[in-house]
Design a binder for this molecule. Structure first.
Ligand SMILES: [Zn+2]
Length: 389
């Protein structure tokens, strides 16, 4: 009997086993087939089998008489399975035909390749996630819970319409879905009549000034994409459209002394500018958001710096929860404000894509209420810091 079987060599069996990552190749099984044996410190307990895709002997499952004996015992005709599944495929050749087994083998080897060198998922993570789903409470802190939820949510929406990429994130208690079309997508947008006036005004502001259009999501009815329909169907939230006409900018800042003899560079602020048909708005910041500037100019055939507005200011929240003595950049900023108070002028130059677009300076800034308020605040912090020293 044994003579007529085209069995695998030991070497072939070992290769099949290791190429499948010593796991069963049935996609919904994938149990590890190797483990330590109680028989001795060097013994291995193997619950796997190198199964024949087409039978080793005539009369066996999926036997292919066209194959030569060496083809029948070649590694191409083998698949690594746990003992249960090796028996299963041999008892039911109709459910488990050759192409399916080849597909299992290909996928198993592909997964083994992917998994190699990677950490196994922690079983406790899955348990905790289920526990949280069932009780609404997490037993432990799950560091990957939020990123996983974001990924799952993005994958769900992208599956609805692969023409879009979807970013999902949570910020200040609100879930944001930002969708970017990968290609030009046509869709219909209907505005409910109650909101038509508000929408029209905001749409005009988007076109003319590049201002982000934000409206209650119940005002809009989208069709033409399953993703857009889903997003506006159930959600109580805000629907926003922002301009694609957005460019990265650098705002260079420097001070000029009252007699215009001296110049002193301050930091470069980075941000972006949005363009509409009538105006451009550039927002930029530096020092972790501590200083920021907004510049708004009319756009015609020429940029018209005479018809514009600049604002410069501090975001004191950037210093939240800091000790007064350790406020980052305090001395630099205090010095800047003192000089402006003494009559130095703050100058800007705006660069878009490395091209100088315009220069401007703040006139009468030192007399403005916003400056004086910030300066008083800084003066007070300075006094406290000096007092503590
Ligand atoms: Zn199995």
């Amino acid at each position: 009997m044994k003579k007529n079987r085209d069995d695998f060599t030991e070497k072939t069996k070992r290769s099949l086993r290791r190429r499948a990552g010593t796991r069963c190749s049935k996609p919904d099984c994938r149990v590890p087939t190797d483990g330590p044996s109680d028989d001795g410190p060097d013994k291995i307990n193997n619950i796997g089998k190198a199964a024949h895709i087409t039978a080793a002997a005539s009369g066996g499952p999926r036997y292919n008489k066209a194959l030569k004996p060496e083809e029948r015992r070649s590694i191409k005709n083998g698949i690594w399975l746990c003992a249960n599944h090796a028996d299963l495929i041999d008892n039911d050749e109709e459910t488990y035909p050759v192409p399916l087994l080849n597909e299992w083998k290909r996928k198993a080897e592909e997964s083994a390749k992917d998994e190699q060198g990677k950490e196994l998922p922690d079983k406790q993570d899955a348990v905790n996630t289920l526990l949280a789903a069932a009780t609404g409470q997490t037993s432990v802190f799950l560091p990957n819970l939020m990123p996983n939820a974001s990924k799952a949510s993005s994958a769900y929406f992208e599956h609805l319409d692969p023409r879009f990429t979807v970013e999902t994130f949570f910020y200040q208690g609100v879930t944001h879905h930002v969708i970017h079309p990968r290609e030009i997508v046509k869709f219909n947008l209907k505005i409910k009549s109650d909101f038509s006036k508000e929408f029209f005004e905001k749409y005009t502001a988007l076109q003319e000034h590049g201002k982000e259009l934000v409206i209650n999501s119940s005002a809009v009815d989208l069709s033409g994409s399953p993703l857009l329909e889903k997003l506006t169907e159930n959600f109580e939230g805000k629907f926003g459209v922002s301009s694609l006409n957005k460019k990265d900018i650098v705002l260079r800042t420097w001070l000029v002394s009252p007699e215009k003899e001296k110049e002193l560079n301050f930091y470069d602020l980075h941000g972006n500018a949005v363009f509409g048909t009538k105006s451009m708005t550039a927002k930029s910041s530096a020092l972790n958001g501590l200083v920021s500037a907004v510049i708004n100019f009319s756009v015609g055939i020429f940029l018209n710096p005479m018809e514009g507005a600049c604002s410069f200011g501090l975001t004191f929240q950037a210093w939240d929860k800091r000790l007064l003595k350790t406020l980052p950049y305090f001395d630099k900023i205090y010095d800047l404000y003192c000089k402006i108070h003494e009559g130095w002028n703050l100058h800007f130059s705006l660069e878009i894509d490395g091209m100088h677009l315009l220069s401007a300076h703040l006139t009468d800034y030192a007399k403005s209420e916003s400056f004086l308020q910030e300066f008083r605040h800084l003066y007070f912090i300075h006094a406290v810091r000096e007092g503590e020293a």
